[in-house]
Design a protein around this ligand. Sequence first.
Ligand SMILES: [Zn+2]
Ligand SMILES: [Zn+2]
Length: 461
Amino acid sequence: MIFLLCISAVLANFNTQYVTDQLEIQQTNLNSSKTYLLSMIITQLPINNYCLPLLQIIINNQTYNDSLAYSIKANIQKVYFDQTENITIKVSCNLLEYFQNQKNINKTMHFNLTLNEAKQHIQSPCQFPHYGQNCSLSIQQIQKEFSVTILILNNTWFYAYTILDNNNYEVYVQNGESLFGISIISFNKVNVTRLPSFLQNFVVLNTDNNENQISLSQTEDSQDSIYIIGLYNFNSTQIQEITITITCPFQNEEFPFWATILLISIVIFGLLLFLIILCHYRRQYKKITQIKPVLDRKVLKKYMPTKKVDSKMSSDTCSVCLVQFELKEKYCQTPCNHYFHEQCLYDWTTKQANCPVCRQGLLENEINQLQEVKKNRNLQAEQLNNQESIKSKEDPPSQTYRDLPFLQLSSSPFRTQCKIELDCSPQGEHSPQIIQFDGSPQNLTNRNLYFQSDGIVESQN
Ligand SMILES: [Zn+2]
Ligand SMILES: [Zn+2]
């Protein structure tokens, strides 16, 4: 009895070697209360790599296969099953669609099939981005807008993933003359890594040295889509190099609002800074270059206000520029009763604080002094006039004293000469009488002149 049981247990297990491209066998003597593991160990892949070796178990018309076998060109494929007595085992090399039209396709492979009882069917799921047997492999992340060069072993898959945003992206692949296949699959990030089959979206890249371009469009349901990129090196003997770049060709996104505000702020700040610097330097420049006028402009405006030339003085000339005044030109009159073009006087008083003609000081205190002197003389003249009028009432007016001009001379320290012309002849039969005084200012003050029939005479008293 014990011996028989042993035989039935031995019958369920097997380990057989095959050299074929297609296999289908039935296994009927299984124990439905046990869990089994069917393994395929490939010892030699088909020569030209155009197909995918695949192990399948069919139970009640339902097919089970090693999901990883779709993703990795695995040398070992494993399928667990239980609760059945009959299974159909299928092994095939599924031709990749891209190579359907190839001639001389050899799909023959060498493999071992083993069937064993399994203690427990526990296949712990791998955490993203790990995958493979015992989760020992991991998917490498490719950053957007970076170029990555990857070395891929012969007859090997390489997996990478990238996380994209709302934009559309382009994948550029440079594989030179090496034969590579690529499969890009959109993938919702979950805790468990279930690599998609590379049979989906599988593209064999051109080998004409040009860049291959694949567009990735954003899936609508997820904010950040993960794309898994599978790259397969078809070369059976050599490691090959491939460069991959993921880039966003169009910036669909509008310029962010905060960036606009920041940019405007920077521009305004820059302008303000520029203006402040400009003002500072202008002030400095003015300080350096501007010559302070000797005579304060306020004094000019207060005591020598600007007036407009009228017809009465249009025949006079400005003693600074020697040009005749024109109607409505601006002029200034000094307290010493000299006239100049406004600009001529302004220019003169930047260098000197006196009258260009008589050298009368034009500083405020000098003007006040002059006005004081004028006031006193006017008072004296008034008193004298009053005395004269009293005198004339007492004595009838003499012919010689009529139209007496009373002349008082300024005591300016610069005055050295005085020339007086009088023409009092009503018929103009006499030429103008001229009297000249020369000498020191003391000599010239308070001279009394009288007009007589034979000319101007000076009174000595
Ligand atoms: Zn002038
Ligand atoms: Zn003057």
